[in-house]
Every structure is written in C-alpha cells, then in structure tokens.
Design a protein around this ligand. Structure first.
Ligand code: GTQ
Length: 355
C-alpha cells in the first residue's frame, strides 16, 4: 500500500516538527525505499566511437598524461550527470595515452579493469610487471597494487592508444572505503619479466605453493584477446549457441573459479552472423565494449523501448532490470563487465530469461 502523496496540513505540520529532530516518516517513502522491482535511476545509453574519438584526441592536445595523471573522458550515465558513474555502482571511462607519455604510478583500493579499444605500443605496469596492451586484451589492476601506464612509441611512428577503464569507484565511495597514494617514481621499478604471471597462473596450472598474491583478485593481470577469440570462434562452430547470449564466456580467477576481481565480473561473447537473441534481464547493470563486427541491442523498461545500433569500438550500458535483446546480422564480439560478484556475494543476483 502506498500512502497519499499529498499529506494533510496536520501531517505536514507534524513532518515539519519531527524534521527538527532529524526524523522523517517512513510511510511517505516506503514504496520508494522498498520497490516491488528494481527501479534504477540509470538510463540505457550508447557512445558511438566515431563521435567520441575526436574529443579524446582533442583532450590529447589539451593536457598531457603526466599533468592529467590519467587522461580519461568519463562515460557518464545520461540520467546521472555529475556523478562520474555509468551505473550506480560502476565507473567507466576512455583513457588515452600518446607515444612517449607516462601516466604516473599510483595505487588505490579501487579495483580497475582495462579493455583495450585501439592502438599498439602502450603498456601498463602492475606490481612490478609490465603487460603490453593490444586491442581486445583484458587487463586488471588489483586493489592497492602500484600501476602506471606508458607508451613506448615515437611521436612520428606511434599510434594513440585508447582503452576502456572500468572501476568500482562508486561502490568504494558508497562504503567510504577509498584510499590512494602516489609512488615516489613516475614509473615503478620492474621486478619480473613481462609474461611471468601469465606463465605462472595462466596455463591451467598454479604454483604448487600457491600464494594468492592479490588476495581474492586474479593473479593473472592480462588476459590476451587472441586466446579468448579462438575459444569463442571454435565454440561457435562446434557447440550449441545459446538463444539469449550467443557464445558467452566469463573470465575467471584461475585459483578460485570466481570473477577476476571481487567487485566486477567480465565477459566476452560472440554473436554469430544472423543471431537474433531472446530477451533477458538481470539485476546487474552491464557495460559493453564492442570488439568486432556490428549489431543491435533492443532495450526496454516500463514499456519504453530503444534500439541501439552498434559497431566496433562503440560502448553501451544496459542498466539493472532493463530487458535486453541482442542481435547481429554479420556477427560480432562483445566484451562486458558488471557488478555481479557483489550481487552474488549478497545472495541478491537475479536473472530472467524471457521467451
Ligand atoms: O588508470 O589508475 O579511469 O585511478 C580512473 C581512476 C583510471 C587509473 C581511471 C584511475 C585510473
């Protein structure tokens, strides 16, 4: 039951009186506090890369990576302007690094993922080891690990490198649990050869005395696209394709089978050519980066329907409990991330696959 939305004068006077005591009546807000189903303030949205890219390059002329610390254009949910978030719990941005630049080393309790969108020649260094960035690679920065980004190309021959940053910034803000500090050096000292972590933890094997170097976070910090892509394409040829997802895999922490980070799950999916997906909705709002190909997503909530046509390097967000239906005429590959591990840890994750 909801109460009347226009309280009587008696009640208004009462509310004014109790406000002095920093109290407010539950019955005026109960229906909003405990909704019958998720009622996110977020909107579905699409960022077309050909419209976004010129601004990224303009940012490259306006400020250096060093001065900016991180030269990023935040993807803000259009319904939450000024809040630096793409959903209520997730942050997303597009970061640019130019040949010769360094984004100085720091660490923070926020976990980060990088999904490489374009360009060659950049690297990120995490906890003493570098990972080269190639388009489609998924890289993580575990909570409280030193990280800096750089580009080894020359101004004449190098390419700009752009990646999607996904962080749990709003979650840590919500919990008031954020800490950060800067490294004494621009680039942290390297203590391991590139690829060491992948050899150690990424060959379906683990060191005999596995030491969980990053706690619950995956010890692999670069998941190369080449392997993911091969897996998806082989599965498309030789195994049944899911009617809702196409061929969809989740990235794992190989030591636990859980998500690569405690707060964020990541996925890669292939929609075969001619795929026309069935509708689904989930409590975890998800952010997508289009890796290859093109397609469309129909998003619906409360009878309001939108269709986004996407192509490679576009980004879009499907908020909580919005019904989505993916399709692709020519086939495509989609990376996505969400806060699902938190929903699952709390026992509140819900998914509906509709027909
Ligand atoms: O690369 O460390 O987009 O600290 C936002 C905050 C990137 C990063 C962001 C960050 C970073």
């Amino acid at each position: 039951m909801t109460t009347t939305s226009t309280p009587s004068n008696d009640r208004k006077a009462f509310y004014d009186a109790i406000r002095q005591q920093h109290m407010t009546p539950l019955w005026e807000v109960l229906h909003a506090l405990v909704p019958q189903q998720p009622a996110t303030p977020c909107a579905a949205a699409l960022w077309k890369y050909d419209q976004v890219r010129p601004y990224l390059m303009q940012a490259g002329q306006l400020i250096t990576a060093e001065e900016a610390v991180r030269r990023v254009l935040i993807l803000e949910n259009p319904a939450l302007p000024g809040q630096s978030c793409i959903t209520q719990s997730l942050y997303a941005g597009l970061q640019l690094i130019l040949p010769g630049e360094v984004a100085p080393s720091h660490r923070h309790t926020q976990s980060a993922l990088r999904f490489i969108v374009e360009g060659q020649g950049a690297y990120t260094a995490v906890d003493g080891e570098r990972a080269s960035m190639r388009p489609g690679d998924f890289i993580i920065t575990p909570s409280w690990t030193w990280h800096d980004h750089g580009h080894e190309g020359t101004l004449e021959a190098g390419e700009p490198v752009v990646w999607l940053d996904g962080l749990d910034i709003p979650m840590l803000r919500f919990f008031d649990a954020g800490f950060a500090e800067n490294h004494a050096q621009q680039s942290q000292p390297l203590t391991r050869a590139e690829g060491t972590s992948y050899q150690r933890y990424g060959a379906n094997m683990l060191p005999v005395r596995y030491d969980a170097p990053f706690g619950q976070t995956s010890p692999i910090f670069s998941y190369p696209y080449e392997r993911t892509r091969d897996a998806l394409h082989a599965l498309e040829r030789q195994a049944p394709v899911d009617d809702w997802d196409g061929v969809k895999l989740r990235y794992v922490n190989p030591a636990t089978g859980g998500s690569p980070m405690p707060t964020m799950a990541t996925f890669m999916q292939r929609l075969p050519a001619g795929f026309s997906g069935r509708p689904y909705r989930q409590t975890d709002g998800a952010v997508f980066s289009v890796v290859e190909g093109d397609g469309s997503v129909m998003v619906e909530r409360d009878g309001q329907q939108q269709t986004f046509d996407f192509s490679a390097r576009d980004h879009f967000v499907i908020p909580s409990w919005h019904t989505a239906r993916l399709s692709s005429a020519q086939g495509c590959v989609l990376f996505s991330f969400s806060d699902r591990p938190v929903h699952q840890a709390l026992g509140i994750h819900k998914e509906e696959r509709l027909s």
